[in-house]
Design a protein around this ligand. Structure first.
Ligand SMILES: [Zn+2]
Length: 260
């Protein structure tokens, strides 16, 4: 028994020591207090009472490991997000024809390229609004099975709402991609600056155009069921430095205050 307690004590000391105090859940963001001299111009920096904080995304796929931010190591906790099993009856949306497969891979490159965008026109304070009134139908992080076969985890938030429900911009930004895509249907990406972006899938209608500047709260489209879906919903993704973070976290009241 005593031996067991000593092992626990030592292992907790070791884990404290190796994490150096920095740790967080996958899909969340971590605010790292910066020294005056650190040049972090390529990151989202938020200032409070004269102190600068770098906002760092904690990737889902680094659970149980560390990410490095300058001289700091941040440990990503392991977290069980549960799973979701869906059935898609239209098998041509699951087992793609050669044409669809070529189309889907071309589109995924276009999307990946757009998500590399880094601009400085806007700077978010990370207090996003909810983009649509509805019911959460699938949360961030769920392990996904389509027709019983395992797929990539669901790193977005699904909000179910009737077709035609208004979707608004949760934060100001610029439209950097808009179009009709195989998986995402009518789809658009907003750039909120400093590596923070958000995307909106399966829309029945898009109300904005390429390069348009959008205010927070402005209507950008309507909920639909275009692309690969089981019913009308908004599939909403939020990216920071190309890492998909949990959209549900940043719509919480006083989110920014809670992490500083
Ligand atoms: Zn989804």
């Amino acid at each position: 028994m005593i031996k067991y307690l000593i092992v626990i004590l030592i292992s907790s000391l070791v884990s404290l020591n190796i994490t150096g105090g920095y740790s967080g859940d996958p899909g969340e963001v971590y605010a790292i207090k910066l020294n005056q001299d650190e040049d972090v111009s390529s990151h989202l920096i938020i200032e409070k009472d004269g102190i600068r904080f770098a906002i760092v995304a904690l990737p889902y796929n680094k659970q149980g490991g560390f990410i490095k931010f300058y001289d700091k190591n941040i440990f990503i906790n392991n977290k069980d997000f549960g799973e979701s099993r869906i059935t898609i009856k239209n098998t041509s949306m699951v087992n793609l024809s050669p044409e669809d497969s070529i189309r889907a891979s071309k589109e995924s490159k276009i999307i990946r390229d757009a998500l590399q965008t880094f601009s400085t026109q806007y700077k978010s304070n990370l207090n996003f609004s909810n983009p649509v009134e509805g019911i959460i139908s699938s949360r961030y992080g769920k392990k996904r099975f389509i027709n019983e076969s395992p797929r990539s985890p669901h790193l977005a938030l699904d909000i179910a709402a009737p077709e035609g429900t208004k979707v608004i911009a949760p934060e100001e930004g610029k439209v950097i991609l808009v179009g009709d895509f195989f998986y995402s249907g009518n789809y658009l990406i907003l750039d909120h600056g400093y590596g923070l972006l958000s995307s909106y899938s399966h829309l029945s209608k898009i109300n904005v155009s390429m390069n348009q500047l959008i205010e927070k709260g402005e209507k950008i489209g309507e909920v639909g069921s275009t692309g690969r879906v089981t019913g009308p919903h908004l599939h909403w993704s939020v990216y920071l430095d190309n890492t998909r973070i949990n959209p549900e976290s940043i719509i919480k009241d006083n989110f920014l205050e809670s992490i500083l």
